[in-house]
Design a protein around this ligand. Sequence first.
Ligand SMILES: Nc1nc2c(c(=O)[nH]1)N[C@H]1C(S)=C(S)[C@@H](COP(=O)(O)O)O[C@H]1N2
Ligand SMILES: [Mo]
Length: 393
Amino acid sequence: MPGLQAPSDYSNEPPRHPSLKINSKEPFNAEPHRSGLISAYVTPVDLFYKRNHGPIPVVYDIERYHLSVTGLINIQREFSMRDIRDLPKYTVTATLQCAGNRRTAMSKTRKVRGVGWGIAALGNAVWGGAKLADVLELVGVSKLASTTSRGGKHVEFVSVDRCKEENGGPYKASIPLSQATNPEFDVLLAYEMNGETLNRDHGYPLRVVVPGVIGARSVKWLDSINVIAEESQGFFTQKDYKMFPPTVNWENINWSTRRPQMDFPVQSAICSLEDSNVLKDGKVTVKGYAVSGGGRGIERVDISVDGGKTWIEASRYQKPGVPYVADGINSDKWAWVLFEAQVEVQHSAEIVAKAVDIAANVQPENVETIWNLRGILNTSWHRVDVRVGHSSM
Ligand SMILES: Nc1nc2c(c(=O)[nH]1)N[C@H]1C(S)=C(S)[C@@H](COP(=O)(O)O)O[C@H]1N2
Ligand SMILES: [Mo]
């Protein structure tokens, strides 16, 4: 791993914003407060959730850093950071969401295993870098190829961090070659986040960004890319980040029966209110985020003040101040939408948000129907309680 090193302990972690809610200290897993999350369309790097499985790697010599591209390809090649920067640069606004977002709420019905997350294990950033499709072309894999002449069908990204799930080995994950070679999927090797050099927490010097797909496939601190015949055999592709039905428990689980999760489903959450609120006034502003995976944009967000019996439509905006245009081309198809609605509450109410994506997929009503033992993809209707008056009952 030239130029890039993985510490074996947590004595050399980067500084972090003091307002982050820490869900696990070692490895460092933290999310912003929900109200701060929606204060900007582009999430500031400091407030962007941080999801790690080991100590944060260090670049000790950027001149010596290189990315090696190997496997079932005709040209094996190493790329310096200069080589990557010399390729056409793309900026893609994409929301990265951890599959574990809203896990804590899923655990309340029935216990699940995994780091607990509130509703802010996601963020929207402007990623800058080279397209993976361009890099693959330089090693002889043509655009839109779904297999290489040597039988490569998947692209594995390998890091250097030491993860206990991999028995001290690095984090790795793969995506299908057809997604990697298609420029329309906007898979990036990113060296910038919000116009600044990527920082250590988010993958310096180079990370993968797979838009519209659960965060687990966007490998940070990229060390090598491997073109392989089958999906990555690593823990995070084979034994984690898979969606099981509610009947599967830790006694009868058979990991090989399920596919690695890729796209995330339609999601939304109310961020301007806490889970329980006592308000002086019945006029309530309901604000939050809505996002869907696979490049399926958000069609609308519905808000209810009676637990889901009746609904009103939220107003939406792609960026603060820019109104949504019904037939406009959505240039930010990988990005979230921030929504807002003004509602009136009499005494008390359960306020609910549910988003609908452009394929008319809707969030499920109850968490019970999508409960799974790893607690991933909790996209059930987000509900908060509001009481008007004084806190004493
Ligand atoms: N090398 C490496 N890459 C990684 C991880 C990791 O632990 N190590 N975590 C993954 C997961 S599960 C998520 S959700 C995202 C989080 O990215 P962020 O910390 O930049 O928000 O990174 C992914 N890439
Ligand atoms: Mo994640």
